[in-house]
Write a protein that binds this ligand. Sequence first.
Ligand code: GYE
Length: 333
Amino acid sequence: MRVKRGKELAKRIKVFVATVSCLALTVSSIGCKTPKQNDPKLLLGFSQIGSESAWRIGNTNDIEKQAENYEVSLMLENANQKQENQIAAIRRFIAYKVDVIAFSPIVEEGWDNVLMEAKNAGIPVILVDRDISTEKEGLTSCLIGADFYREGEMAGEYLIRKADALGLEKVNIVEITGTDNSTPMRQRQAGFADAIADDERMTILESIDGDFLKSRGAECMRSLLEKYKDEITVVYSHNDEMTLGALPEIEKAGLTPGKDIIIISIDGGQEAIDVLKQGKINCVVECTPKLGKEVMETAIKLKNGEEVEEVIHPQENVFTDEQDLSKLEPRGY
Ligand code: GYE
C-alpha cells in the first residue's frame, strides 16, 4: 500500500487515537477536551488495476498528480491485475474509514458484496475508467471514464473510409480484444461490430483475447498469422500495447504492417502515435487516461454531500493516416 501525504495521515491516525482515548475518558466521566482537528481535506482510497499498459501508468500518474493539486490525501493500491486484490483493497479502505473510495474494476461482475459493505459504511464509491454490471441499485455514485462504445464505432468508421479509399471488395478482420468481461473489451467490440454491420465487405475472421498485454498481443498475432496468414486485411486491436506486440510478428511473417495489413489501435499513447507517423499503424482511436481532475473534483463534491453527474465521459479524438500529425502535441503517456 502506498500512502501519500504521510504526515497528514499520521496526524489523522493520531486524531483517531486521541478521540478513542477521549471517549474512554469520557466514559469514566473524568472529562476530556476534544483535540484540535487537523484532518486532511479529504482521504481518498483508490484501487488501481495494475500496470499493464502505458495508458494505465499514465492514469496512475495523473491521479497522483491531481490528488496533490487538489490537496487530497491518496491511499493508492495496485492490484496487479487481480480482482481479489481489488476487493481486499476496498475492504482496507472501509476499515480505514476513508472519505471516498474510487476504483477501476478489472472486470464488470463480482463486486456486489464488497460494494454493499462500502454502502453500509456510508462511504461513497466512484467508478474510474471501467463500469460494473450489477442488479443492485445505488452501489456506486458515478462513473468517470471513456465512452468505449463510441471508440469502437470510431474504429469501424475509419475502416469503412479506408476500405473505400483503397477500393477493397473484401475486408477480413482479426480482432485482438482486451481483458475478457471488462467494460472496454465489451464496448469496443460492440461499437466496432455495430459500425461495420451493414457493410457487406466486412467479415470478422476471429476475435481473440489478448488481455490488454503486449506479450499476449504478440502471441495472439502469431496464432492468427498461422491460421489465416494471407487472408488478413485488418488487425483491430483493443489497445496500443497489444498492437505494439503484434507488429513485429507481422514483420517476421514477411508482411508490412500499415500496407499489407491495415492496423487499427486504441489508446493513443506516444509510442503508438510515433509508429502511426512511421506508417506501420493506420489509425489510433484516442482514449485519454487523464481522469484525475474529474475524480478529485467529484470526490470533494461527494464528501460535501453535493450532487454529482452520474456519468462523465472525456472528449476523445481519432488519429489516422488521413491526417497531418506533424503538429500533434506530445501525448504525455
Ligand atoms: O485501453 C488499456 C488498459 O481501461 C481504458 O485498459 C482502459 C484500458 C486501456 O490497460 O490500455
